[in-house]
Design a protein around this ligand. Structure first.
Ligand code: HEC
Length: 143
């Protein structure tokens, strides 16, 4: 109950707040019930996102995956709101792992990924994690 009151209070000052605050409020309302306020999640059911999201962005398909996971794609947020939320999310919780050439998500890009139904999200996640660890191995070898 306290949380709901806090969230509603947050909504009242939203129009005056910047995009960062809007994204933070969207995270509170639509995501943190599962992902928790500090994005550590509830392993093994909800993955820890702290310093992990940049690793997805570094492998092919990872950028689309972050939009197409059900929690993001099926949220009631607009494509522009999802783009702002993801841009905030990756900076807020995963800045150290962001690729140097990271380009912010745009509304058009989110709309494109959202229009494609994600088949077997867990299988896709597993293959992305394999790609990430192969990349890490290659990096280790080249050092
Ligand atoms: C009902 C619980 C739930 C809610 C609400 C939820 N998520 Fe998730 N999220 C998950 C689970 C579970 C996964 C793991 C992949 C899967 O099974 O969908 C996940 C995965 C993710 C991932 C990929 C991270 C990874 O390691 O696979 C991102 C990014 C993400 N969620 C963002 C969001 C955003 C943004 C919101 C709010 C708009 C949100 N989620 C709401 C449960 C949730």
């Amino acid at each position: 109950m306290k949380l709901v009151a806090l969230a509603l209070f947050g909504l009242l000052w939203l129009p005056a707040a910047g995009a960062q605050d809007a994204a933070r409020a969207d995270y509170m309302l639509h995501c943190q019930g599962c992902h928790l306020a500090d994005a550590t999640g509830r392993e093994p059911y909800v993955p820890n996102m702290v310093n992990q999201l940049g690793r997805f962005l570094a492998v092919p398909g990872g950028r689309a995956y972050l939009v197409q996971v059900p929690g993001t794609a099926h949220s009631p947020l607009s494509d522009a709101e999802v783009a702002a939320l993801l841009n905030w999310l990756v900076q807020e919780f995963s800045a150290p792992t962001l690729p140097a050439d990271f380009q912010p998500y745009t509304e058009v890009e989110v709309a494109k990924y959202r229009a494609t139904r994600a088949l077997d999200i867990m299988a896709r996640r597993r293959s992305l994690v394999v790609a990430m660890s192969n990349q890490a191995t290659r990096r280790d070898r080249s050092e």
